[in-house]
Design a protein. Structure first.
Length: 573
């Protein structure tokens, strides 16, 4: 319309050189009478003002009212100055007449200067007004992502959760440093005056963050066929090795990269540069639907949780496996925190929490994501054992919440990532489409003084990252010895699972030998091939301190355990 009027102005002006060329103030404020041949700029306020300004009365012809009092009581005279019309309208409360119809007024954003909830809650626009949602303690009122706004309007599953989505974390540190002038680390819904476990404050010109105590962190990056190991901070490559089959997932333990192909689980000892097969699901009929989807290392009990199309199994370092959960293709992601004693798994927008042996508690669904409008999508789970936080992607929304599913916030609504790895003040993520050498880093709370970092990308030359695992000892915290009762070998079977901290009993045994009267024995399998422990392309000389005869004796379980433990220990320091 604007341009049309301007064009009209020019067209008319050309023939009538004495007339103005355009209306100062623009077409928004001025109009031209419909049937007039002489160019005239008339102020829009002259439309429906009760006085004829155009020779054909165009400015008044279609006006039903001039003032509110021309309309019935309580009904407004609404003018549309573009179409030169006015009507008496009775829009519902919270609506206004605009563009020839009653439309919702967004009271929350109408006047950005004014907090309509006066700091007492998050403003939620409703069709007939607005609502101030009181935020839980530790959350400030804020909601700025329109996508979540829409999702919320229909979300009805959990009132508490809905509120959390509407309420952004409130930065206690910024508001009034509660740490008496010392470092203050904002957390979701709270704060801390100390760094998370196994981290210490490091202050330099650019940042003030909690850095992992210990050695320089490494990152293993797979491109589907090869794994590249980089120093995380300098992004310089230190090692690279190829795999015989397509890699589906990566995990890590102290000094180890653990990786899975469709049917096998392997570990790679970084210090010695050697690969070792942990399990081969082969054509075992118990694992007929056994293509591996995800793995997650239990760094405390030295096991690997393996998600396949129909089960979750745990395998130990000598390649024995127990099936702990059977499912019908429902579980899409897993993450284990052996320190807390929990296994998290997601299915169709729900995150469940079970014990390390797969047993569930009454509150096993700890979190429900916003409903997804499209087909089932990639779900991603990751945990931070030091902060005791879960990071979860469902339908491209990245959530974080604590181990009880509380303190949930949405970190971003456009998380196009397939793998998440929390480390220090960042979440590292790989893109769905690995077409570059980039990894995304997303700032997170709990690890920094001041505002969390903005999202950015970090480049690792020569890779196209599919999945990543960061290797640094602070990522693998363990319980002090007396607290993991499994270390005292209380079970007659080899399958002892520590319970979550301060739960009783302190551990559960696989009841093959009858430790618990009412339990079902776990299904045990042997998945370690008899030979082929180290691939032929490994350099024996590179295997520092590994003169252990690890090939021939693999099938003798009782004998090999101590040796493998020795071998494992050599990778720990
Ligand atoms: C303009 O003139 C035409 C033809 O004379 C007429 O049909 C039309 O209704 C007029 N428009 C207005 C707004 O008066
Ligand atoms: C929404 O929740 C209320 C209870 O809080 C319930 O009565 C209602 O049926 C729910 N609506 C839908 C569409 O689920
Ligand atoms: C993965 O990396 C290896 C080694 O750098 C390279 O030879 C291979 O082409 C890469 N594969 C893909 C799919 O990028
Ligand atoms: C798997 O999902 C289907 C459909 O949602 C459900 O009916 C079934 O009970 C689920 N199975 C398990 C083992 O949870």
């Amino acid at each position: 319309m604007k341009y049309l009027l301007l064009a009209l102005c020019f067209a008319l002006a050309r023939g009538q050189s004495a007339q103005p060329k355009y209306c100062i103030g623009g077409a928004e404020n001025f109009f031209q009478c419909a049937n007039e041949t002489t160019f005239r700029c008339l102020n829009r306020r002259l439309i429906c003002n009760g006085e004829q300004d155009c020779s054909d009365n165009w400015d008044e012809a279609n006006c039903a009212c001039v003032r509110n009092r021309d309309c019935p009581r309580g009904v407004k005279c609404q003018k549309d100055r573009r179409s030169a019309t006015s009507v008496c309208v009775n829009c519902a409360p919270g609506q206004r007449f605009r563009n020839s119809q009653c439309e919702d007024i967004d009271e929350c954003t109408e006047n950005p200067e004014v907090d309509v909830c006066a700091g007492k809650g998050a403003c939620v626009d409703r069709a007939n007004g607005f609502e101030c949602v009181a935020c839980p303690k530790g959350y400030g009122a804020s909601l700025r992502d329109p996508r979540l706004f829409t999702a919320n309007a229909v979300y009805n599953e959990s009132e508490t959760f809905r509120k959390l989505l509407l309420c952004a974390d409130y930065d206690e540190c910024e508001e009034h440093n509660p740490c008496s002038g010392g470092a203050c680390f904002n957390r979701v819904g709270s704060y801390s005056c100390e760094c998370p476990l196994n981290h210490e404050r490091r202050l330099d010109i650019r940042e003030d963050v909690c850095q992992a105590i210990g050695e320089q962190p490494l990152v293993a990056i797979d491109n589907g066929t090869s794994i590249h190991i980089f120093e995380l901070r300098s992004a310089t490559q230190t090692q690279e090795f190829e795999c015989t089959d397509q890699i589906v997932d990566l995990s890590a333990d102290n000094g180890l990269v653990i990786f899975a192909t469709r049917r096998q689980v392997w570990e790679y000892r970084i210090a010695v540069g050697a690969k070792l097969i942990l399990a081969d699901f082969g054509n075992d009929e118990d694992f007929s639907n056994g293509d591996i989807r995800k793995i997650s290392a239990d760094w405390e009990n030295h096991r690997v949780y393996v998600l396949t199309g129909d089960s979750v199994s745990v395998i130990d370092i000598v390649g024995r496996a127990v099936k702990i959960i059977e499912h019908r293709g429902n579980i899409s992601s897993i993450a284990v925190d052996p320190l807390a004693g929990y296994l998290f798994h997601s299915e169709f927008g729900r995150v469940r929490r079970s014990h390390l042996d797969g047993s569930i508690e009454s509150t096993n669904i700890i979190f429900t994501a916003l409903p997804a409008d499209d087909l089932p999508d990639i779900e991603v789970l990751a945990v931070d054992p030091n902060l005791k936080y879960v990071y979860y992607i469902h339908n491209r929304v990245l959530y974080s919440f604590d181990y009880d599913g509380q303190r949930a916030v949405i970190m971003t609504g456009s998380a196009d990532y397939t793998r998440l790895e929390p480390f220090e003040d960042l979440l590292y993520a790989t893109y769905r489409v690995a077409n570059s050498d980039s990894i995304v880093t997303i700032g997170r709370t709990g690890y920094s003084v001041g505002a969390q970092r903005e999202s950015t990308v970090q480049s690792f030359k020569g890779t196209s990252p599919k999945s990543i695992a960061i290797i640094q000892s602070a990522k693998f915290p363990t319980r002090p010895e007396p607290m993991n009762s499994c270390l005292r070998k209380p079970c007659s079977s080899d399958w002892c699972f520590p319970s979550p901290l301060s739960r009783s009993p302190s551990h559960l045994c696989d009841c093959a030998a009858g430790e618990r009267s009412n339990c079902l024995p776990l299904k045990t399998f042997r998945l370690r091939p008899a030979s082929n422990d180290i691939l032929p392309n490994e350099e024996k000389s590179a295997v520092r301190g590994a003169s252990v005869p690890i090939t021939a004796e693999m099938t003798k379980v009782g004998f090999i355990i101590p040796i493998v433990l020795v071998f494992l220990n050599s990778g720990l320091d």
